[in-house]
Ligand binder design. Sequence first.
Ligand code: NAI
Length: 327
Amino acid sequence: TRTPVNVTVTGAAGQIGYALLFRIASGHLLGPDTPVRLRLLEIPQAVKAAEGTAMELDDCAFPLLAGVDIFDDATAAFDGVNVALLVGARPRTKGMERGDLLEANGGIFKPQGAAINAGAADDVRVLVVGNPANTNALIAQAHAPDVPAARFTAMTRLDHNRALSQLAAKLSVPVSAIRKMTIWGNHSATQYPDLYHTEVNGKIAAEQVEDGWLRDEFIPTVAKRGAAIIEARGASSAASAANAAIDHIHTWVHGTPEGDWTSMAVVSDGSYGVPEGLISSFPVVAKGGEWEIVQGLDINDFSRQRIDASVAELAEERDAVSSLGLL
Ligand code: NAI
């Protein structure tokens, strides 16, 4: 039998955690041949709730689940970690300025980055889900100098999946007819879902929909979907966010299908004019456990403006956390 893979999940007692842990334990994260050991990190007040979730994990008798350990200390939780899912974050509360939000999250992601640097396994892969996800990933990465920067990623796969679903509904095709969807930029309202390279049954999506729909319906619907879910459900996306986190890691480890790509927020090498070092969403192919930004796409004026606007927001967030001494 294979050695279990250590998967650390932060914010394990939260709502995404509850939707995520059972799918990891049932084999959806790494596949049906890979046993996993779960390491749950929570703040002390939520450890008891995490213990309750661990009891339920026991009660599922998952054949692939090699064990569950619960921590309230980051250094211990990330010791030996192979896959780190950073879900726990400080939400924006009433009256909180953006600087306060970035600072509060810096207080979480800086020590977590340092703990990953100190104890993670050599093959560690990190996905940041907790918002502001791109900048939280940047903070963690900045404090893990011994880990290759490419191992720190942030999640735009939920946006990607939302875009697939909206386009499929518009064209009355199954999502499986769609290839090469791209989310560019920040996981925020400025994100840019790009249909100019997307193929539906082999033909460019942007040529199969009206410009008005693309600009005034599709883009805002995808970008504001999180708010629409909160409005309808009375709580933010949880099962779909957990599903996207599973998809992100599964694709990273097992690869993108031939002739397709995915969206991941990864450290920029300067591609497409995105300043080097920012963690921005790109079209990405994965192969052999490594990702690569898709090169050579033509970017039209409309796309250029949208990408630039979202990247400008990322640069502002970076400057703000930098001036707070968080980088
Ligand atoms: P939640 O509030 O239900 O759970 C968050 C959990 O994190 C809580 O149990 C809390 O105790 C824990 N936590 C807080 N600080 C921690 C720390 N320092 N270490 C460990 N655990 C800590 O929130 P939910 O709904 O599970 O969402 C989690 C995050 O994911 C939020 O920041 C949310 O905005 C973000 N999100 C991101 C999405 C994306 O597409 N990138 C999509 C949906 C949500």
